[in-house]
Design a binder for this molecule. Sequence first.
Ligand code: ASP
Ligand code: MG
Length: 438
Amino acid sequence: MALIVQKYGGSSVSDAQAIKRVAKRVVATAKAGHQVVVVVSAMGDTTDDLLDLAGQLAASPSQREMDILLTAGERISMALLAMAITEAGIPASAFTGPQAGIHTDAKYGRATITALIPERIARSIKDGHVAVVAGFQGINDFDDVTTLGRGGSDTTAVALAQALNADVCEIYTDVDGLFSADPRVVPAAHQLHRADFEETLELAAHGAKVLHLRAVEFARRYRVPLHVRSSFSDKEGTWISDGPAKQTLRGIVPQVALPSSKEYSVEAPIISGIAHDRSQEKITVVGLPDRPGAAAKLFEIVASVGANIDMIVQNVGISEQGRANVSFTLPEADARRTLQAISDAKDELSYRELLDNREIGILSLVGAGMRTNPGVSAKLFGALSEAGINIEMISTSEIRISVVTNLDELDDAVRAVHTAFGLDASETEAVVYGGSGR
Ligand code: ASP
Ligand code: MG
């Protein structure tokens, strides 16, 4: 008997029919002799619809009330799913995040889990019930409900899997697993059978939308094996773990067994996948005085508005002697207030001009094998130049190279690089079952 946490995203529970299908799968897992804890997202586009409604009533609604509103979405799906599972033959009980013992800090809208005491969940599964938990929510020290940020149900699932010492956390979504690139952009993308936490973290951080970044961070920290798979098929998905030694699977049925250690010993490919991100902007500060402390002051201002910057490039003396141009990328969502803060500090910074480019895209090539394989960047730049794509900025980590391109060239860039690194699948095309990839 294994303890399995299954998380179903909004597209997997979009209507009664879909909920029935999920209930069937949960019941089949339970009938195979496993204990099952289910974490569920709000049905379909419920969260977006609730956000929309609030937007019609207030320009900037109170964050506390916003969280009360948004947590209602998951309450609906958890109650309905518990009813459907019971109807399908295994008793199920629904729990809100607070009832499941998920405690958070008080940052409404983007709360962090501070403690998890899943006593009621543990009791419920011991009694032979399936426990159905509302994703993406918890309770703070003021007894208010909080949400974990968009896409936060993945994090609920991984945290529960860790706290309950589950054998595996299955993330059910509308694609078959992680892919070498977004199948919507690269039809020849192939499914990854396994990936390690670090690679998955880099892919998730740079635009791959299948997993919530915080969930991957959590899974990596606590070595929670993840299995990302489709709720629309029975296919094996992508296993995310750090190799066989750390997992001791207590007799899980073959269809959910981790790949054997033999498969791990096969040398990993150099490149696992390509992520892309259309949601970044590039800000350029032109004519900053080229003297010590100028960049420090600029980035102090950027940090003070809480902007999350990624790449930074400085060119000295190109447009003017004694002056430098500094460019950096950041999420669109942070750009407006960052531009405002820099322009408010124009006198203090004494730059000449402030430029903003929304039409950029970022391509990131990720692979653990990069560590030991030279020549990856040469090949990347070669592929892009052959495709006639101009590179504006570059940044690297040990297992990633990211480049900034024009937004309208991004898709071509992804396809060209995918082909150049031999990632194109020879056989079947990737299936996208619809929805957003969550
Ligand atoms: N329903 C929430 C959202 O749409 C949480 C989740 O789906 O993970 O962001
Ligand atoms: Mg979602």
